[in-house]
Structure formats: structure tokens, C-alpha cells
Design a protein around this ligand. Structure first.
Ligand code: AMP
Ligand code: MG
Ligand code: MG
Length: 305
């Protein structure tokens, strides 16, 4: 029996995300980050973003030439060094059973959204545990699978890095999701892109605590680690590559990630990249629609305009 494409794409993404993570560590160790501003000082790119993206796009495109792969750092040169090319699919992942409804999906129906380094501001500031590599696997327009690699996560044996994955209908791997404490409302949000509108949305939800960390990947991990109940970001600053993998991982656990109006983003190949209506993510125990219902109309209108 042939292995379903979704399992193979996820299994290659798992190994590729870890390789991209080791490139991120190598660039930091060499010490010359090669920082450039993309659209101003709030939008940086480093040598690590560029090289990690090349590794991921080239590896996925070689193995799955008919899959559309969209990366944050634009078109990449596919002619990369051999040591950046990953062709082995993760064997442990392939021991899992493919969800029935995903068995027959054809290569042409996949869109892979790549954020080679999420949390670049934090990376340049030395807040390394906020950094993640994100590979999101969409089928037609829905986020279905995701890989989140944390290059600086300290394992108990002292080694660095861990991989978390999620596939709808199968569940999550690499983490035992925990639920944040009952009776509180801990919200995680941006630390480097705070605006009055972001603050207005937070205030309306009466949080018992607000934690500010970098990256969309790391914030969703706060939800899976039982450190927060919701991720709220009333800003058009996130793009599809920031949310595709986190959405799939969170939803594979039973949580929800949408825009601030409670509507899922489309991850089809032809959509605009900006998540114009912000981000709202909640853990399974929280009513997502209740929280979406508390977002002030003025906030939604400000995002729409
Ligand atoms: P943050 O929560 O601020 O760490 O942002 C999560 C992701 O969205 C990161 O990849 C940021 O680079 C991106 N992002 C958020 N706001 C902006 C912005 N105003 N300009 C550029 N990128 C942004
Ligand atoms: Mg990002
Ligand atoms: Mg990035």
C-alpha cells in the first residue's frame, strides 16, 4: 500500500524543520546575523531567515514538485548546498495511521506555508526561546497539518531543540498538551508590535493576566503548554505563514484559531498574505465564539478599514 501524500509531506516537513532550526543555531553561533529591514524596523530579516527558508523550500519542492510552497522570504534559489537538502521522511511520524478523510488527497491540492524563522525581532535581541520554525500544510483552503520546531528548547538531557506537530484527525506529537488553570483568563499577545488597538482588544476581554512573548508559533505553544487560555492580536501584522502551522497544531488538539471576528482564514494558494482581521486563538476548554463576541465592534471596524 502506498503512503498517503499528507503523511509523506508532514514527515518530510518534520525533518526539514529540524534542519532549518540547526541552520538558525549555526548563524547565531557564527555571530554575524546580516540583518536587513524589509518594510521598516518592525519587519526584519537575517541570514538565518534566508538560509532556513532556502533549506525548507528546496527540500520540499524537490520531493513534491507539484505542491505549492509559499515562504515568508519570497522566491528562493532552489540550488542549495547538499547539506541543506533533506530527503528523508521522519520514520516515527510515518508509523501513525493516516486519518481516513485525508488518505486520497492529491499533491496538487496542498499548499505549504513556510515561516522559516518566526520571532525574528526576538532572535536579534537574544530572546532565543521565542524563536520557532513553522511549516503549515493546507489542503485547498484549510490548515490541516503543522510542524513547529523550537531550535532553542532545552531538553532534559541538555540537547537543544524540539519538534511539535499536529494533524487534524490524528492529534498532536512532541508535546503533552496541558490546560491553563480554571477560573482565570490568561492572554498571550505580542511583545514587539503592541499598538493602542491591540491594547483596546485586550482590555475588552478582562484578562486576569497578560503575557507578552514573541512570534505566533511561540504564543500558540503557550496555549498548548497550559500557560495561557487565549492568544489575542488586534493587528493586521501577521501573515498566513505565521498562522497556518500554529492553527493546524492547535486545532488538532481541539482548540481554535481564527481572525478576531471568529472566521477561519483561507490558506488557498491565491490569497493575500496579510491576516488583516487579526488573530484570536483559544484552548479547547474556552468558548471561542464567546470570546470573539466580546471583541469591540470598533476594533473590528478599525481592522476592516
Ligand atoms: P508578534 O506577535 O509581534 O511576535 O508577531 C507575530 C508574527 O507576526 C511575527 O512573524 C511578526 O514578524 C509578524 N508581525 C506582527 N506584527 C507585525 C508588523 N506590524 N509588521 C511586520 N510583521 C509583523
Ligand atoms: Mg513570523
Ligand atoms: Mg519569519
Amino acid at each position: 500500500m502506498t503512503t498517503p501524500q499528507v503523511m509523506r509531506i508532514m514527515a518530510l516537513s518534520i525533518n526539514t524543520a529540524a534542519r532549518a532550526g540547526s541552520i538558525i543555531r549555526e548563524v547565531m553561533q557564527r555571530g554575524n546575523l546580516g540583518i536587513v529591514e524589509k518594510e521598516g524596523k518592525d519587519d526584519l530579516q537575517t541570514e538565518a531567515d534566508r538560509s532556513a527558508q532556502q533549506c525548507i523550500i528546496a527540500s520540499l519542492s524537490r520531493k513534491f514538485p507539484n505542491v505549492k510552497v509559499i515562504g515568508e522570504e519570497g522566491d528562493s534559489n532552489l540550488d542549495v548546498k547538499d547539506e541543506w537538502l533533506i530527503s528523508e521522511e521522519n520514520e516515527e511520524f510515518l508509523t501513525h495511521k493516516c486519518p481516513e478523510d485525508l488518505r486520497e488527497v492529491k499533491e496538487e491540492d496542498f499548499v505549504v506555508w513556510v515561516d522559516p524563522l518566526d520571532g525574528t525581532s526576538e532572535y536579534t535581541q537574544g530572546l532565543l526561546d521565542h524563536v520557532t520554525v513553522l511549516i503549515g500544510v493546507a489542503i485547498k483552503d484549510r490548515a490541516v497539518g503543522g510542524v513547529i520546531y523550537q531550535p532553542y528548547y532545552k531538553q532534559t538531557n541538555g540537547s537543544l531543540g524540539r519538534t511539535i506537530w499536529g494533524l487534524k484527525g490524528l492529534g498532536t506529537g512532541g508535546i503533552e498538551p496541558k490546560t491553563a488553570p480554571k477560573g482565570q483568563m490568561i492572554i498571550t499577545t505580542t511583545r514587539s508590535h503592541l499598538t493602542p488597538l491591540v491594547q483596546q482588544a485586550l482590555d475588552a476581554l478582562s484578562p486576569t493576566e497578560v503575557i507578552k512573548v514573541g512570534g505566533a508559533g511561540f504564543k500558540v505553544l503557550q496555549l498548548l503548554e497550559g500557560k495561557a487560555h487565549a492568544y489575542v492580536f488586534a493587528s493586521p501584522g501577521c501573515k498566513r505563514w505565521d498562522t497556518c502551522a500554529p492553527e493546524a497544531v492547535l486545532e488538532a488538539w481541539g482548540g481554535t484559531l481564527t481572525d478576531l471576528a471568529g472566521i477561519h482564514y483561507s490558506y488557498a494558494a491565491n490569497v493575500e498574505f496579510k491576516n488583516r482581521m487579526g488573530v484570536l486563538a483559544t484552548i479547547p476548554e474556552i468558548s471561542h465564539s464567546d470570546i470573539a463576541g466580546k471583541v469591540p465592534k470598533e476594533v473590528l471596524e478599525a481592522l476592516r478599514s
